[in-house]
Design a protein around this ligand. Structure first.
Ligand code: 6R9
Length: 659
């Protein structure tokens, strides 16, 4: 049984929203899919011509001669920053607010499109004055800030390839990325402020590029955020305000090839060295724009808010590029959802009258927990009536969290777009369309038009609906990963394995399509699929069941090798109440095992349950399953835990509750 087979609830798009939506019915959606089926290149060529400003038109839509190194829009030249900014000035958006920035302490700054254009041009001229040019790599290690977005856009303007490293990464991780990218400059800030706490970014950069391993880094540009003490190294370090002072407010864009690498973004593979996912200029921007229009149904009057950090792909596509390219007004937030209290998101939605809100299930679940504990921070206490559309991204959203989000944040009138995609895909892949798709909690529903997603077995054969398998994409699409920076072989092996014929994209996730509707449900990373006594099960399925129990705040399930059953299920559980011990722990563990047996079947009963105050998470909020797998096996942790937010809880999670 899969989540959506037991999940009978269906929610239709609100009529008022559908009437005005970019894609306003399932018929309209199907027509778009048919158009892509019938003339794949024609479909994309039309969209690329309609949506992008081309300095020089492309002559060929898709070049497959060097597959899987696909090329899109051959001979076309454009500039991403021109498309995001100059076009808005030409189309009457000069005085429109591009960014409403809210700092950690609540201070608000509004930036118009013309301000944004000026800042980006000055920054771009500043970079040029340092000799940074097209093709150079620039690492950006910045807090959530207007300056961070401006830095990315400025790189795009001069054709430099940026690589943003999330401000929570350690000096060691930052160094690895600087070396791998061969960056000539690093842009950072003195300090980052989150939840009232300061983090010394510049000091971390100093540590990262200390010594001669990074002697190719010529400059460090420092944005003064707090005025905190930093050491400035002569001939290398420069204050941003000095770099841009006296720079002209106009900068002729560098026209680049459609395929020119806009950015590299490192993402952790299941093991080993992070992969530098390389994205293009034209194809990437096209999909950022189209998904803003299709998935988010963006309108000129919307106030869009994506809560991601620019250090992750979501912050690239749905903060730094997509919203600007479609001329939207967006909220950019420096802080954390729980400061000064867990009502911060709701307070900000009410204050800024946000209409579209896009966040991660992990945030939702932690805010559910907070709202249960303190009625004052419950979303119902705030005026969220401006909202018309909600989104979810980053991991499967369990039906209980979906329902809570739908009822308490969306007041039962906002569709939820559960957007499945990856760093590698550049933008949304499988998601409901808010004015068209009937929604089922826990299902990301159907692929976007032009995305040929399918569920196949290990050898690439299509599987019938109802049968779980491997998620693949059968045709290249414009915003797909182009290569792994510096490692084309790994690119081929990871994403276009020979076993699947070498030409179809392997997402790395398991999926199943509903028997009746054909809707997709992501069952988790392939490496998280368990096989217990020959039964295939997604860890997410069990987690969903656990989280549906009123006692449970959060749960993660991993497989543990088992002599009898192949694998057994080990569940790590965070309760809404304090972490139990002794007899109470035994009682609750038994209750939960029985609960799961009732929800899914006895086969899904966790063999082991362990309680913690929290789960080990990366600073982006992803549960670190590889650590849980090590803990489940009772082995010593030898892996790198530098990205772990909360190392102390590892000790708690070693304790197995016997029932
Ligand atoms: C955008 C982003 C990608 C992995 C992906 C999958 C999981 C993301 C999801 C989802 C189920 C969704 N994932 N969105 N799983 N439903 N709506 O998160 O990129 O950080 O590269 O992660 O996240 O497992 O493969 P990234």
């Amino acid at each position: 049984m899969t989540i959506h087979e037991s999940e009978m609830r269906v929610f239709l798009p609100p009529v008022a929203l559908a009437e005005r939506a970019t894609v306003s019915s399932m018929e309209a959606y199907t027509a778009m899919c048919t158009a892509a089926d019938e003339d794949y290149e024609g479909f994309w060529a039309k969209l690329a011509n309609e949506n992008l400003h081309w300095h020089k038109p492309f002559t060929k839509t898709l070049n497959e001669s060097d597959a899987p190194f696909y090329r899109w829009f051959d001979d076309g030249r454009l500039n991403v920053s021109y498309n995001c900014l100059d076009r808005n000035l030409q189309h009457g958006n000069a005085d429109k607010t591009a960014v409403i920035f809210e700092a950690d302490d609540g201070e608000i700054t509004n930036i118009t499109y013309s301000d944004m254009h000026e800042r980006v041009c000055q920054f771009a001229n500043g970079l040029k004055s340092l000799g940074i040019k097209k093709g150079d790599r620039v690492v950006i290690y910045m807090p959530m800030s207007v300056e961070g977005i401006v830095a990315m856009q400025a790189c795009a303007r001069i054709g430099a390839t940026h690589s943003v490293v999330f401000g929570g990464f350690s000096a060691k991780s930052l160094q690895e990325r600087i070396i791998d990218a061969g960056a000539v400059a690093v842009i950072t800030a003195d300090e980052q402020v989150r939840g009232g706490k300061r983090l010394p970014l510049k000091t971390i950069v100093d540590e990262a590029i200390n010594g001669d391993v990074c002697d190719f880094v010529r400059n460090v540009i420092v944005y003064r955020r707090t005025g905190g003490d930093v050491e400035m190294i002569a001939d290398r370090d420069l204050w941003l305000h000095e770099v841009i002072a006296d720079q002209p407010a106009d900068c002729e864009p560098e026209w680049v090839d459609a395929e020119h690498p806009l950015f590299i973004l490192y993402t952790s593979g299941s093991t080993g060295k992070p992969k530098g996912v390389q994205h293009s200029s034209a194809g990437y921007l096209l999909w950022a724009m189209l998904t803003m229009k299709w998935t988010f149904d963006i309108k000129p009057t919307d106030i869009f808010w994506c809560t991601a950090d620019i250090g992750w792909v979501t912050g690239h596509t749905y903060i730094a590029y997509g919203p600007l390219a479609v001329g939207a007004t967006q909220i950019v937030f420096e802080g954390v959802p729980t400061y000064p209290n867990a009502g911060r998101f709701w307070d900000m939605i009410a204050k800024h009258k946000a209409t579209i809100f896009y966040t991660a299930p992990t945030a939702i679940r932690s805010l559910i927990k907070a709202a249960d504990a303190d009625a004052e921070v419950h979303p119902k206490k705030y005026d969220l009536s401006s909202l018309r559309l909600l989104g979810s991204v980053g991991e499967p959203i369990n039906p209980e969290a979906w329902m809570w989000y739908y009822r308490n944040v969306g007041n039962e009138h906002c569709p939820i777009v559960d957007t499945f995609w990856q760093t590698e895909t550049g933008g949304h892949m499988i998601t409901p369309l808010p004015g068209a798709t009937p929604m089922v909690p826990g299902s990301c529903t159907m692929p976007l038009p032009g995305i040929m997603a399918a569920v196949v077995d290990e050898t690439g054969n299509d599987l019938p609906n109802g049968q779980g398998g491997i998620l693949v994409v059968k045709r290249p699409w414009p915003s797909m990963i182009r290569t792994i920076w510096g490692d084309p072989e790994r690119f081929k092996k990871s994403y276009f394995p020979e076993e699947l014929g070498g030409k179809i994209y392997l997402a790395g996730d398991g999926a199943v399509r509903n028997d009746k509707t054909g809707y997709f449900t992501i069952t988790g990373r392939i490496d998280d699929v368990l096989n217990v006594s020959g039964h295939r099960m997604g860890t997410m399925e069990i987690e969903s069941a656990l989280v549906a129990n009123p006692l449970v705040a959060e749960a993660a399930v991993v497989g543990k090798p088992d002599e009898t059953t192949g694998e057994s299920i080990c569940a790590f559980v965070v309760l809404k109440r304090a972490r139990p011990s002794g007899e109470e722990a035994r009682q609750i563990a038994k209750e939960l095992r029985d609960w799961v047996a009732r929800e899914i079947g006895p086969i899904a009963k966790p063999k082991e349950i362990r309680f913690g105050d929290n789960l080990p998470k990366t600073r982006s909020g992803k549960i670190m399953r590889r650590l849980l797998r090590v803990l489940a096996k009772g082995e010593q942790i030898t892996q790198d835990i530098s990205t772990l937010e909360n190392p102390a809880i590892l000790q708690q999670l070693k304790t197995v509750v016997t029932t």
